[in-house]
Design a binder for this molecule. Structure first.
Ligand code: SF4
Length: 202
């Protein structure tokens, strides 16, 4: 948080990506979170993703189904009535959480980006299928060769990721994320209009 305050002090553009877990649901439902980032951190744009409990562990972070729905509804209600902080999360993602408790998509499109590991290898198609036969090194293979790996076919039928907003984004029709861009533009126009009125008022 000190580092975020430093960004503010030097007027460097900043936004926060917040991961929603069972430990921060309440502050979102009460809107305390929004007051905090705006007033205490001087941050005016936020984005949300629900945590995904990927691997079996006794430590579960994901909120239960009802909490997910309540949090998503609270965020959407806030976004409809406030510009500050601006909420960049597409409403379709939040609606999926409200209606289904998970991100909805027909087929995963994680092939649209490839994640290169520190040793230069790419896991095909994703972390969940990590195995020696599903890794190809970018140091030894061209991108074309990597894309010819049969492991990418897994994405045609896989629907495992329930909350990752990145997987959700990649798998969407662009129209489903357009609202976030349009709301962002409107918010910017309002911001500049108000700034001009204030300057004229001075
Ligand atoms: S939906 Fe399946 S293929 Fe896509 S990222 Fe998740 S686990 Fe991997």
């Amino acid at each position: 948080m000190e580092n975020v305050r430093l960004l503010s002090k030097y007027d460097i553009k900043r936004a926060i990506n917040t991961v929603i877990t069972k430990y921060n649901c309440d502050e979102l439902i009460t809107n305390e979170y929004f007051d905090f980032v705006r007033k205490e951190l001087d941050v005016h744009a936020v984005n949300f993703s629900f945590v995904e409990d990927v691997f079996p562990s006794k430590y579960r972070l994901a909120p239960d189904r009802e909490s997910k729905s309540r949090v998503a509804k609270a965020i959407m209600d806030y976004a409809k009535n406030h510009d500050d902080p601006f909420i960049a999360t597409p409403f379709r993602y939040l609606k999926d959480m409200i209606e289904y408790g998970r991100a909805m998509y027909d087929t995963c499109a994680t092939w649209k980006v490839i994640f290169v590991q520190a040793d230069g290898s790419v896991i095909i198609p994703c972390y969940r299928f990590d195995a020696p036969e599903n890794r190809m090194s970018m140091l030894e293979h061209s991108i074309d060769e990597i894309y010819r790996h049969r492991g990418w076919e897994i994405t045609d039928r896989c629907n495992e990721c329930e909350s990752f907003s990145c997987v959700w984004y990649l798998s969407q029709n662009p129209l489903n994320i357009a609202d976030a861009y349009i709301r962002g533009l409107i918010s910017l126009i309002k911001y500049f209009a108000i700034s001009r009125i204030k300057i004229k008022g001075c």
